[in-house]
Design a protein around this ligand. Sequence first.
Ligand SMILES: *[C@@H]1O[C@H](CO)[C@@H](O)[C@H](O)[C@H]1NC(C)=O
Ligand SMILES: *[C@@H]1O[C@H](CO)[C@@H](O)[C@H](O)[C@H]1NC(C)=O
Ligand SMILES: *[C@@H]1O[C@H](CO)[C@@H](O)[C@H](O)[C@H]1NC(C)=O
Ligand SMILES: *[C@@H]1O[C@H](CO)[C@@H](O)[C@H](O)[C@H]1NC(C)=O
Ligand SMILES: *[C@@H]1O[C@H](CO)[C@@H](O)[C@H](O)[C@H]1NC(C)=O
Ligand SMILES: *[C@@H]1O[C@H](CO)[C@@H](O)[C@H](O)[C@H]1NC(C)=O
Ligand SMILES: *[C@@H]1O[C@H](CO)[C@@H](O)[C@H](O)[C@H]1NC(C)=O
Length: 330
Amino acid sequence: MEKNMHTVTWSMHIFVTIFNLLQLQVFTLADRGTYVPSENIVINCGSSASEVTEYDGRNWTGDASTTKSSQIAEAPGIPVSVPRVPYKTARIFRSQFTYTFNVTPGPKFVRLHFYPASYLDMDVSKAFLSVTAGNFTLLHNLSVSLNTDYFHVAYLMKEFIIHVSGSTLELTFSPSSNATAAFAFVNGIEVVSMPFSLYFRCLNAPLPLVGHYPALYYICNDTAMETLYRLNVGGDQITPKYDTGTMFRTWEEDDPFIFGGDKGIEPINMSMPISYANGVPPYAAPKDVYRTSRSMETFKAGLINLNFNMTWFFPVDSGFKYLLMQVLIQ
Ligand SMILES: *[C@@H]1O[C@H](CO)[C@@H](O)[C@H](O)[C@H]1NC(C)=O
Ligand SMILES: *[C@@H]1O[C@H](CO)[C@@H](O)[C@H](O)[C@H]1NC(C)=O
Ligand SMILES: *[C@@H]1O[C@H](CO)[C@@H](O)[C@H](O)[C@H]1NC(C)=O
Ligand SMILES: *[C@@H]1O[C@H](CO)[C@@H](O)[C@H](O)[C@H]1NC(C)=O
Ligand SMILES: *[C@@H]1O[C@H](CO)[C@@H](O)[C@H](O)[C@H]1NC(C)=O
Ligand SMILES: *[C@@H]1O[C@H](CO)[C@@H](O)[C@H](O)[C@H]1NC(C)=O
Ligand SMILES: *[C@@H]1O[C@H](CO)[C@@H](O)[C@H](O)[C@H]1NC(C)=O
């Protein structure tokens, strides 16, 4: 694995709760208790007003100024199912444009929000963009409309996990080509810090490289990751407002990812009290993640049911390494 600064390791984070297994010490972290992010920056790109949203309670700052290389625009005819903040307005780029954020050094979530629309009467299917964060390439030649069409969704959110070593974070957006008609856009940007050792535990937490035993892999400050799937097994979607640790993560339901008909059974008791085990900080995952699960039936005479397999199916790109994280309960 090259660990040069220009390499992006896109990783997958599947948060799975599995019933009746021992606590996996994934979250034995130095940080204890609650977590309050030192940065929680939310930008409503292209908007002239700052607005507190109903769904996450944050004050999304407008950034309406136009510049030589960018314009602002509104999405025409946005459906009611699409949150107006941050998707109604956008910043349109015809050449390279950099957002500079003053931050504390450390690991950050960077979330980019996109809603494909015919801004300024332009053909959104012609918009291809690349995004860098310092020396990391986060997106290369992304077409928002191809992605939303493929996944049958109205809008797109891309979440990255990077480590910032200095006191500024530069996010640079550029159209993929320098052709005169080329353009790109972005609707919303979030920069949210996270506990130091949530992912970047480097030499303290070697990870097994599946299929390459006994090789180990280390996630250090020079690794960048993209979250592909974060699932609440057997439960409903948990929106950013209800995430623990004020990190505003989204936990999706896992039903669409179950392969085949065997979904196990879903023992649900939403009034079950949850106490975080020793070594598991509450910000690891919200309590509701632990309250639902899938089980391959109950243990029978100490044996787990061997009559079927439960399989989750995740489309991924080849050429990257993937990290699978589980949040387990006892
Ligand atoms: C939201 O932020 C803007 C700009 O920083 C500020 O003027 C406004 O008072 C804030 N609104 C609330 C409800 O905090
Ligand atoms: C990673 O960055 C943190 C600061 O965010 C620093 O304390 C630590 O020493 C760095 N680790 C390495 C291996 O550079
Ligand atoms: C980015 O890469 C350049 C050239 O490889 C290097 O000099 C610089 O220190 C790097 N910047 C950061 C923030 O790592
Ligand atoms: C970007 O992707 C499009 C569609 O796949 C392709 O036609 C175009 O050549 C790509 N541009 C770059 C700069 O890679
Ligand atoms: C566009 O032009 C700029 C400035 O000449 C250059 O740095 C950049 O690499 C070009 N981008 C592409 C995709 O050709
Ligand atoms: C749910 O959990 C609570 C608290 O442990 C318990 O009192 C209740 O009987 C449980 N309900 C079911 C249906 O198991
Ligand atoms: C479950 O998966 C294992 C490993 O792929 C396989 O050996 C076994 O036959 C499967 N069991 C069933 C019931 O399909």
